[in-house]
Design a protein around this ligand. Structure first.
Ligand SMILES: [Zn+2]
Ligand SMILES: [Zn+2]
Length: 381
């Protein structure tokens, strides 16, 4: 069913250059004094109906050309500007890097969560100072690749300062604070007289009051800049940027699998402390559950991302990537199978040939060669 072209709005607040679609809708919701659902309809985004938040979250990931045309009819905003409110702006590199090979079209395994789903997540990170100053949020905060704020030189926050829950803009406008439901007490149930049930209320805490940890470490800024250049690559460089991003992603999986505190020399104390906590927990878990500590439904953790990408950046810019983690990479031995299990197969089938030696050491020769055989036997489409 096609949606009718909307009427031209008399008044519309324009989006900021790097704003997320959900943020832009909420800003107009507040300015127009309408509900989120009516605002989204007036802006040409969708027909009225249930699940506005979820639908807006999906539209922040991707809008079709037809939706962009309706936004233009309603607001005069050009197609390119409305696409850049969504993750479609990252299509040349990041979005395509998340498309699995044809034989991998299956649910992502628990250990693949880390490396296999780098774009489509339901929670965002945020810069407390940006939130305080502008009350708008950036499309880059929807990507786990973003862990620092270039304007305020701080690490992004991953959870609400009051309730410590992940931040989900799909649950309601962040303009009125944290959207997480928190326990608010108990009351008698209607169905079972004499019993009580818990109920929740919206947390509502001001995200602008969260503590922003300053970035002093120049290596972490360089790693963020390296990743940003790949994310923002123009279409003509898309294939090269995509390959470089897949390489960083795989090196990050290696860094989080094997890295130790000693690989974060001169990093900021908050990053070291978070990574130390992670590796302590990691080393106490059976090998198969390593990435269970960080699934797709868990909040983004910008400090852990910073640690992983910082080590990965050292690896991708090193003449010998395996030298960076040389002290901890396993030599061939009986735990070869366990090591390979900690990676998703797709990690190694797509990575550049220069990482072959590292792959042989990280997952073992047999596991690596099985990956290569699998790729060779997969028909290309
Ligand atoms: Zn900021
Ligand atoms: Zn909260």
């Amino acid at each position: 069913m096609s949606v009718a072209m909307p009427r031209r709005m008399a008044l519309v607040e324009l989006p900021l250059p790097d704003e997320a679609l959900l943020s832009w809708v909420d800003h107009n919701t507040a300015a127009l004094g309408l509900t989120r659902s009516r605002t989204a309809t007036a802006l040409g985004l969708m027909a009225a109906g249930p699940s506005t938040g979820l639908r807006l979250q999906n539209l922040t990931h991707w809008i079709s050309d037809a939706t962009a045309a309706r936004i233009q009819a309603a607001t005069g905003i050009q197609r390119a500007a409305s696409l850049s409110l969504t993750l479609r702006r990252y299509q040349p590199a990041a979005l395509r890097a998340d498309v699995p090979p044809p034989d991998e079209l299956r649910p992502v395994s628990p250990q693949g969560m880390l490396s296999g789903q780098f774009v489509y997540r339901q929670f965002i990170t945020y810069c407390p100072t940006c939130v305080r100053e502008q009350g708008r949020w950036s499309i880059a905060w929807h990507l786990p690749w973003t862990f620092t704020c270039p304007r305020h030189h701080c690490y992004l926050a991953g959870v609400c300062p009051a309730c410590q829950n992940a931040v989900a803009p799909s649950r309601g406008p962040l303009t009125s604070g944290c959207t997480a439901p928190i326990p608010a007490g108990s009351r008698p149930t209607r169905r079972h007289p004499g019993h009580t049930e818990g109920y929740t209320r919206r947390c509502g805490a001001d995200l602008g009051t969260a503590h922003a940890v300053a970035v002093e470490d120049t290596r972490v800024s360089a790693a963020q800049q390296y990743v940003n250049n790949l994310l923002d690559a123009p279409t003509r460089c898309g294939a090269a940027a995509r390959q470089a991003l897949i390489d960083v992603r795989t090196m990050m999986a290696v860094a989080l699998r094997f890295g130790r505190l000693e690989h974060l020399k001169d990093a900021d104390p908050a990053v070291c402390s978070r990574f130390n906590e992670f590796t302590t927990r990691r080393d106490g878990l059976p090998h198969a559950y390593i990435y269970g500590v960080w699934g797709a439904r868990a909040p983004f953790d910008p400090l852990l991302m910073a640690a992983g990408v910082r080590i990965a950046h050292l690896m991708v810019t090193s003449p010998d990537p395996s030298a960076v983690l040389a002290s901890v990479l396993p030599c061939d031995g009986p735990q070869r199978r366990e090591r390979s299990f900690a990676f998703d197969r797709t990690d190694w089938v797509q990575v550049s040939p220069r990482y072959e030696q590292l792959a042989r050491r990280a997952i073992g020769i047999r596991a690596y060669e099985a990956c290569v055989r699998k790729v060779a036997s997969t028909p290309t489409t």
